[in-house]
Design a protein around this ligand. Sequence first.
Ligand code: PMP
Length: 456
Amino acid sequence: MLANSLIELDRAHLIHPVASYRGHEKLGVRVLKSAKGATVTDATGHQLIDGFAGLWCVNAGYGHESIVEAAARQMRELPYATGYFDLGSEAAIRLAAELADRAPGDLNHVYFTLGGSDAIDSTVRFVRYYWHAKGSPERDQFISIEQGYHGSSTVGAGLTALPSFHAGFGVPFDWQHKIPSPYPYRNPVGSDPDAIIAASLAALKEKIEAIGADRVAAFYAEPIQGSGGVIVPPAGWLKAIRELCRQYGILFIADEVITGFGRTGPLFACAHDEIVPDFMTTAKGLTSGYVPMGAMLMADHVYDVIADGAGAAAVGHGYTYSAHPVSAAVGLAVLKLYEGGLLENGVKAGRRLMAGLESLRDHPLVGDVRGRGMLAAVELVVDKARKTPLPAAAAPARRIFDRAWENGLVIRAFAQGVLGYAPPLCCTEGEIDQIVERTRKTLDETLEDPDVRQAL
Ligand code: PMP
């Protein structure tokens, strides 16, 4: 009853992110009611394993009292403090210091935001400011990667390379350029790691030369491309492309909004290739989704140029909720959980997840299985030799998501027939096995879909 009236109110008033509005009106909302550990329960009492940690963010899992306590304590003591006027809060200062301590190299300066999009937006502003301060304002061209995702702000959506974020929105801008994705499963140069790295380097060089080496300001990369379909570049790719940026004097931004906070094993995925970017963006796992927060980290040499460039003048970039003390208190509590055993559990669970998903390769619809740690994808095809994607008529994003839901599993089902996994790091062995079993059942049912059968 309650659920029905909520569906009506939702239909009438709540605009959902990245949805077909008319499609959603027809379908109606599914109301989530409660959650504990890796399990979510909807308003009808249906229980599901959350194989996607909300939106790749609830890395710690649901229902941690220590997080709730930290937020409540902070709200009682000091629910808000601005960072304007040289003011601050203990929680934000401590979280900044803890992040700087754990981040790669000399990423020692932290700018807190409300999420990933404004962390990316902040890098764009600071990159421009940096080049002005260096006396090279003509460095105003930005490069990112096809199938990349860098948020939904006006500027970030242009760095993002997903068609629905561009069409009708007037982006990308003419100063936003792309190079091809280092996509091992579908790459014109084949799947050989060295060939993929060489192709990326050649494409970036060519793009830089075409724009003019002295015009390029910055390059953006996700260590693993998340929203583009969990695309895992070969080992060494990140290091190689970072080095090329250094050779050209271009600032390198590692977007760790998804890959940060244990998602791929270590606290940050830059550790796999031992790279130090000039900027790093994070969000999601920073607060494990309990409250909104992002963080942009800046290297010493960038900070010094900006600080000296501004001199006594204010650097005009700031949000009311930058460094929110309640979010910072949550961030500190979450960090304790990660380092109190969750990262370790995530590594073990990630191995089991990858082995389990690999065991699905014998299924007639499975073309590729890829991932790192607790971030994985299964790519479906109707013809393994030709790698033919599922037909659009089979509406993979909708129907596979729905089938998995009925089977008690939340996964991401991308439109191109890729299934995305990002379970909470707290998953037990049993829960990981359930994720794999329920996926197999979902695949078996998808095989019976008349629109899939017709394409086989
Ligand atoms: N960068 C990356 C790599 C992301 O995956 C996301 C969100 N999925 C963002 C930026 C934007 O973050 P938010 O949705 O918190 O604004």
